[in-house]
Design a protein around this ligand. Structure first.
Ligand SMILES: [Zn+2]
Length: 260
């Protein structure tokens, strides 16, 4: 990655509206500057315009990426495309990786760019929106939001932070750290990422089973059909331990490995 500037006078001249400019400039930047965070291939390739759900892919490892760019910092949620289309992709375990780019349209610099790996996309973080009104051109169309604030920090991998480019190897290491989630189905791994989010929210070096049980209500809301929330929590703690994210200190006492 050589540049974090989207600036391109030809594109700026050709497009009049700032939203079109931003779309083309950010796509253009991704084609020339963005590498594959999974295999560190130098480039990712732009798909033709009509591709649903995905915008870029890696020729080497076949990972797919959807780019979202905004002149505002990403907040609690981000608007995505059609709900059923994304759910269909998700159920086939084919959700794309999301690249979320925050740029400035004063200087056209990328301020922040982070990656949400596909294995962090689960039904818990997809919110169905209300159908469009009668008067709308696409009436009845149902969109969705991705709930960014529901994703644990481990699933938001910084690529550029406050205009600073993060080392590629650090990015790749973070990808690999959580890659064990990839071969699980979206519902199963959703449990793991939801419990991880609760652990992070405690902001404690060490915690107890009791601490995590306090999130029972929150987890029940995300998984309303499950009647055995406590057992499910314990199972996720074991999965996190088996994959080196957690350490079991003593009975009912845990610590997050990256605090060590
Ligand atoms: Zn790749």
């Amino acid at each position: 990655m050589d540049s974090i500037s989207l600036y391109n006078p030809k594109i700026l001249k050709h497009y009049k509206s700032n939203s079109q400019r931003a779309r083309v400039l950010s796509e253009n930047w991704c084609s020339s500057e963005m590498y594959c965070p999974s295999c560190l291939n130098e480039h990712i390739i732009h798909f033709p315009n009509n591709e649903k759900v995905k915008d870029f892919f890696c020729m080497n490892c076949r990972n797919e990426f959807q780019l979202k760019s905004s002149s505002k910092k990403f907040g609690k949620r981000v608007v995505d495309g059609e709900f059923n289309t994304l759910m269909k992709f998700l159920n086939k375990n084919k959700a794309p990786n999301f690249l979320l780019m925050h740029y400035s349209n004063d200087d056209w610099y990328i301020k922040n760019l982070f990656l949400v790996p596909k294995f962090f996309i689960s039904p818990s973080i997809i919110e169905k929106r209300n159908p469009l009104k009668e008067s709308a051109r696409r009436r009845g169309w149902i969109g969705c939001n991705i709930i960014i604030e529901g994703i644990p920090d481990e699933g938001k991998i910084n690529i550029i932070k406050n205009e600073k480019v993060i080392n590629k190897k650090t990015v790749n290491k973070k990808w690999k750290k959580m890659f064990f989630l990839n071969d699980k189905n979206p519902y199963t791994r959703g449990w793991t990422t939801d419990v991880l989010k609760c652990i992070e929210d405690l902001s404690k070096r060490e915690f107890t089973l009791k601490d995590i049980y306090k999130f029972k209500g929150y987890l029940k809301e995300l998984h309303p059909k499950n009647e055995h929330i406590e057992a499910k929590i314990r199972q996720q703690l074991q999965i996190l331990r088996d994959n080196n994210i957690l350490k079991f200190k003593s009975r009912g006492n845990y610590s997050l490995k990256h605090f060590d």
